[in-house]
Design a protein around this ligand. Structure first.
Ligand SMILES: Nc1ncnc2c1ncn2[C@@H]1O[C@H](COP(=O)(O)OP(=O)(O)OP(=O)(O)O)[C@@H](O)[C@H]1O
Ligand SMILES: [Mg+2]
Length: 144
């Protein structure tokens, strides 16, 4: 956006950036509705799906919800999906969990994820939340 437009609209900086800070997110009725539904899904331990037009604010809404969960009670694993294999998704999850596993064995990766989830949920009494942004990129077998 040119300087002239910024001045005309009285904007202090470039609008609609992807790195908008949590505090700057406008809490619209749509975001409130997503928040309530995600909280409901978390309480149930269910799977929730957020859909919407391109650029309608899905990722921002998810960031708003997960960014406002208390870090001592919730462990959010936020990954951005790719069209890769299930192994790639497991590796992304493990990476986000901060675990160091170099193996590419599917069995070992699932076992490691399960152990970490158990440790967080039973050991530390935390709720573990997996967020997969851009999930439409997942190949069907990976999604399944
Ligand atoms: N509630 C909001 N408050 C402030 N800015 C917002 C809000 N929602 C969306 N935006 C702005 O709009 C941009 C697009 O939103 P976002 O990336 O969340 O959309 P999306 O639905 O995830 O898009 P895509 O379909 O491309 O993944 C964001 O980078 C942000 O700058
Ligand atoms: Mg998005």
């Amino acid at each position: 956006m040119s300087e002239a437009y910024r001045t005309f609209f009285g904007l202090q900086r470039e609008p609609f950036s992807a790195d908008i800070s949590l505090r700057e997110i406008l809490v619209t009725p749509a975001i409130k509705a997503v928040t309530e539904r995600i909280h409901y899904a978390i309480r149930l331990g269910a799977v929730a799906l957020v859909t919407g037009e391109i650029g309608s604010g899905k990722s921002t809404a998810l960031r708003h919800v997960t960014g406002n969960l208390h870090p001592s009670k919730y462990r959010v694993i936020y990954v951005t999906a790719t069209s890769g294999s299930i192994l790639e998704l497991y590796r992304q999850i493990i990476d986000e969990m901060g675990i160091d596993v170099s193996s590419n064995s599917r069995a070992l990766l699932t076992k490691t994820i399960k152990q970490e989830v158990l440790e967080l949920s039973q050991g530390k009494k935390m709720k573990v939340i997996l967020v997969i942004d851009e999930a439409s990129l997942l190949r069907l077998p990976v999604f399944a």
